[in-house]
Design a protein around this ligand. Structure first.
Ligand SMILES: [Zn+2]
Length: 503
């Protein structure tokens, strides 16, 4: 029996608003699309959590034996300030402010995004398409929607006709909003806006004079609307109907709602059969936001260089911390919670390493009861992962196995009673869940309880960012050597090396 059959996957589908058994379109294969970042600024921790949640889903699907095509896009045009149809393009604005090419902005923050993903051991997707690389597909997509009567051109822009669509479809089926509520919440049209109804959204926007990013189209020079790229690229790589679409909760409306409408307006198919949404981060109970002053970056969290942080926390501590809650729950950051996660992560990884030192199992009188008890714990972890990817519950089972490992180490007689095949199975699963599914790796210990992944320092070097490591970070000799190699001076205090500033 395969793992897929043994541990049938079921999870919450945001579209049907219930937990469903997962049935892929093609047996043994999964197509998954996740909305990627808009690359105009540094990745924030909320992004990290979202992409980590889908990393677990990607990893677990593969662990079960599915062949997965995972598409995660890079938004490099069309996302306007304010997330609606008004205002400047976020990337063009950054390019204007820094007096550089929009594509320099895109490259810089795409590189930064990839570095951060690597530090947190988040696997790259199978395909990472960009919006600017798919303008032809987007223009073709719009033409079909116009042909089907769900969009109209006005003065060089093309808008999706929400009311017309809603006559035969249900706009709001994903977010649970109805069109009357949307009407009362919509601002009146401004003079610059050409759409005939405030509910409508742009598929293509005319480039006004001075607009930095624009391309030719049947409607003149312009650029695609933000929602369009995901419809066009998911269709191109996964088909008009595919298995899973994911993203952060904040994208449900209008972005994902618009995507479904565009897909149906184009091909009469709604795209994904299953929608998964990850939840937000809070800090000490308050929503994490730049305006609240509590929106720290991944680097700040690792280096401890933020007023709300007592010290820095290693990438694996942060990863473990995030996995201790279910992806659909809010997750609250606090120093206490991070410190507890640090201890927990170390305890788990210590038993992971202790396995190598255990005596052989099954050399005495075998206890069927104790053997099956052990096997049941690992089975429970897998049942929990197959139940809406519940990493929090699975980790609790891993801790039970971890305690057993400690007992076997302290008292090898206990291990002689465990059937050797069972023991091998449990250990292999335990290791595989930790390394392959949860993606936890042992971090280099330097002195005391201090550690930093080499990649983290590398990121700071790449970004030429100032990094004040807290005193808890004693840099290892290897990292010191690396820093010297690339010509970065460590600022020493009191002749010693208590403060490390990369200039
Ligand atoms: Zn998207």
């Amino acid at each position: 029996m395969s793992l897929i059959e043994q541990y049938p996957l079921h999870f919450y589908n945001s579209l049907s608003k219930q937990k469903e058994v997962f049935k892929p379109l093609v047996e043994g294969r999964v197509g998954m699309y996740v909305c990627g970042p808009t690359v105009y600024s540094d990745v924030h921790l909320g992004n990290v959590r979202t992409f980590l949640s889908f990393d677990i889903i990607f990893r677990y699907l593969k662990f079960l034996g599915y062949k997965v095509r995972y598409v995660r896009n890079i938004t490099d045009v069309g996302h306007l300030v304010g997330d609606a149809d008004e205002g400047e393009d976020k990337i063009a604005k950054k390019a204007r402010l820094e007096a550089i090419e929009p594509m320099e902005v895109v490259q810089k923050y795409t590189n930064g995004f990839h570095d951060v993903m690597q530090i947190f051991n988040i696997q790259p997707p199978s395909i990472e398409p960009t919006a600017t690389g798919h303008l032809i597909e987007q223009i073709e997509f719009i033409k079909k929607i116009i042909d089907n009567g769900f969009a109209y051109e006005k003065d060089g822009s093309v808008y999706f006709n929400v009311r017309k669509y809603n006559d035969t479809h249900q706009y709001g089926e994903l977010s649970g909003r109805n069109i009357d509520d949307m009407i009362s919440n919509t601002r009146a049209l401004t003079g610059q806006d050409q759409k005939s109804d405030p509910l409508d959204f742009a598929l293509w926007k005319k480039a006004e004079a001075g607009h930095l990013m624009h391309w030719p189209s049947p409607w003149g020079q312009g650029f695609p609307g933000w929602h369009l790229e995901c419809s066009a690229m998911s269709t191109k790589y996964l088909g008009e109907t595919f298995d899973i679409h994911g993203g952060g909760m904040d994208l449900k409306f209008p972005h994902h709602e618009a995507e479904i409408a565009q897909n149906k307006g184009c091909s009469h198919h709604g795209g994904a059969n299953y929608w998964i949404h990850g939840n937000m981060l809070t800090v000490n109970g308050r929503k994490m936001a730049k305006s609240e002053g509590n929106g720290f970056t991944p680097e700040e969290l690792i280096t401890g260089n933020h007023k709300l942080l007592e010290r820095g926390y290693s990438p694996m501590t942060v990863r473990f911390f995030m996995l201790q809650s279910h992806y659909a729950s809010t997750l609250d950051f606090s120093n206490e919670a991070l410190q507890a996660a640090e201890k927990g992560c170390k305890r788990l990884m210590a038993s992971f390493q202790l396995i190598e030192k255990l005596a052989p199992a099954g050399t005495g009188k075998i206890s069927e009861e104790k053997s099956s008890e052990l096997k049941n714990i690992v089975n429970q972890a897998l049942l929990d992962l197959s139940d809406d990817f519940n990493t929090a519950k699975a980790i609790a089972s891993l801790f039970e196995i971890s305690s057993k490992i400690n007992i076997y180490y302290q008292n090898p007689a206990e291990l002689t009673e465990i059937d050797s095949d069972t023991f091998e199975y449990v250990i292999n699963m335990f290791k595989s869940i930790i390394a392959d599914v949860l993606g936890l790796v042992a971090e280099n210990e330097s002195s005391g309880n201090n550690h930093l992944l080499d990649g983290t320092v590398q990121l700071l070097i790449n970004l030429r960012k100032e990094a004040k490591f807290s005193k808890n970070y004693a840099l290892s000799d290897k990292i010191r050597d690396d820093l010297k190699t690339v010509g970065i001076q460590l600022k020493d205090e009191k002749g010693g090396e208590t403060s490390y500033t990369i200039d």
